[in-house]
Ligand binder design. Sequence first.
Ligand code: ARG
Ligand code: ZN
Length: 845
Amino acid sequence: QPVRLSDYTPPAFLVDKVELTFHLHPTATRVLSKIAFRPNPAAVERRFFLHGEGLDLVSAQIDGTPVTPDITPEGLTCTVPDAPFTWQAEVRISPETNTALEGLYMSNGMYCTQCEAEGFRKITYYPDRPDVMAPFTVRIEGDLPVLLSNGNPAAQGAGWAEWHDPWPKPAYLFALVAGELVATSGRFTTCEGRAVDLNIWVRPADQGKADYALDALIRSMKWDERVYGRAYDLDVFNIVAVDDFNMGAMENKGLNIFNARYVLASPETATDRDYENIERIIAHEYFHNWTGNRITCRDWFQLCLKEGLTVFRDQQFAGDARSHAVKRIEDVIALRARQFREDGGPLAHPVRPESYTEINNFYTATVYEKGAEVIGMLRRLVGPEGYDKALALYFDRHDGEAATIEDWLKVFEDATGRDLTQFKRWYSQAGTPRLHVTDDFKDGTYTLHVEQETPPTPGQPEKHPQVIPLAVGLLSPNGDEVVPTTVLELTEEAQNFAFEGLGARPVPSLLRGFSAPVILDRETSAEERAFLLAHDTDPFNKWEAGRALARDVLVAMLAENAAPAPAYLDALAAMARDEALDPAFRALALRLPGEDQLAEDLHSRGQTPDPLAIHAARERLKTAVAAHLGALWPQLYDQMTCPGAYSPGAADAGRRALRLTALAYLARLDRGARARTHFAAADNMTDEIGALSALLEIGAGRDELDRFARRWRDDRLVMDKWFALQVSLAHPETAVDTARRLTEHPDFNWKNPNRFRAVIGGLTMNAAGFHDGSGAGYRLVADWLIRLDAVNPQTAARMSTAFETWPRLDRARQALIRAELNRIAAREGLSRDMAEMVGRLLSVG
Ligand code: ARG
Ligand code: ZN
């Protein structure tokens, strides 16, 4: 039943033109299609098959003559002429009862769609595969004021509208929206002179919260012109905010649809983090217009072709808009937390998977984030000019096509002359490579000995050496940089790299800028780390040195119940005080490694992590840091104010981040006194959430939680924060009960993915609470996954990844989790999504 990359065959028929008419009705929407087909000369077989799921076929005709196709649960087949012909069909669907939020569905009275990857087949019969591209004309009839689809508006009247999209596209980029909506509008003239109307559509109650999204859109359009030479290609660009959405957002041609949380913002209701996410995701979806839409994927195995590249582009954009150093650190924290975790567990898969049962299960950190890292490495290897040449060739050669990873690598080979045969392993080998590094110094020559090794992953017992760009710099003992950043290219299992003519043994700064998504293993002393924290010129490695110190301190505290090393506390204090450093950087450096990360670190040292002990040690370290840096906190708190009106820009956001970090440490010294006054005086959501979090972390904040709920009762996005925060920051012993109590709250609408993720996802993010030794956390999550799977398989299956770390736990917890996974697996009527996930989760050990 799995689909395999090696089984790809070209489509039997191509589509020249699609005309769709929608008669909207909540439970009986009629969809009329008229599709011009033509035999594909490149096809290997001539079977006419259209995908279709859950459709009620009313009638079908070929060239005007009624036909009776053979219908299966997956689609239909029919005898057709061996020449161009027109297919017409009418189907009936029920958007209101579509709780899976895939295809055409309703959210708070508004019609909307989600077709990627395979949702279009729930709207009408069609060859629903990305290598079938066609221009679409859409007519919508419905009693709603705003009727939208892809492309340019063609005509409209009372109760109807017509849209025409001239750019051939696969069905997964189809979109339709109908509802009572208001727009925040702007206009952008492209470098090619095209005037584009921009609209961000929201529900009337949310009017006024789309200004930032519009601003981010305009900046994205300019950036893509300036940096990639890519201009927009339609007369309108619409974005719609939807309350019920399975993921972040979707790049439908000319009509992006967003989870409302990544559009709506005001200083009072959105945090700095929310603003940053909005900026990033608006850019991401906009950038897909070229990397995804104009050039799409031949099949879903090539998903990283558009996602890895588009994530890489949005990261570049965010770095340009904010700080490259801070952005890189944040991206690496997220990569390690999600992708390394995935790559090291039962769900590990290559950036380009070779088989899947349900493609929705492969919108993963590996495809997206590791996919972006692979592109970053490619750029490092061929240099910025080589990269630009290759990209220009890519757009030139493949515009209008459905391409593959082979096509992508070929443009780099053709543009730069580099052989990428070995590099291609990054797309086929799963698992995080480990680098073991040792060094020696003799007669002025410093030598690095580097070995690489990738552990086995499910289905891939044997690994081969990969091409790894290792950026290194060398510092002299007095802190000067004696060798500036140089990129070493690893290609073998073991290699040596020599640096000659050095006066003294240098201190190496390895994997600068995190030049490859690998785990670096090297025995180092705390002194050397403190030295790099103080002197490294590479901001990423400066931060990394501090992070490694913190990790080692925590590991020692766990092993020996030791007190935190004073050397670490002093180094941290010096860094926190250093006014030459960006406040955002200092805030990041003061953040301790997360509990899940520490569990992984212990596991990789051959130990069995105890989630409760990790939580306790981390708490002790926080309290020790609070005490050791004592007087610095009120000082930073007073210094890092932001005069003037709230601005979500990087400078103010960085100051707020440092100030709120100080507030959180201070709360451990003054029992939350300052945090309480800060909460009461807060005039923006960043400060409000920052103060509330500081209180919850020390087990206080009951009154503030109540006040928060009274104030924000009617704002669902803010209330999501209220739900999430109290679960994720609950004391380990009360986390499960808190989550259970919140699932009984009248506002716990579990069919809304954001609310479900807030509570159930919030619990899975409270590592010590989720992994409670009784198994109560596992049981509660499993109960809810079973319940949600029956109505929304996609969101349920995604959350099952909470269990992916089970193999590194102790036997008792392993048994508890396996029992829950087996209980889920045994359910009758389990979705294909969940069945695949649970099967993979249980496939190891
Ligand atoms: N292409 C969308 C994006 O990355 C995400 C679509 C996710 N689809 C899914 N079935 N999970 O911007
Ligand atoms: Zn994307």
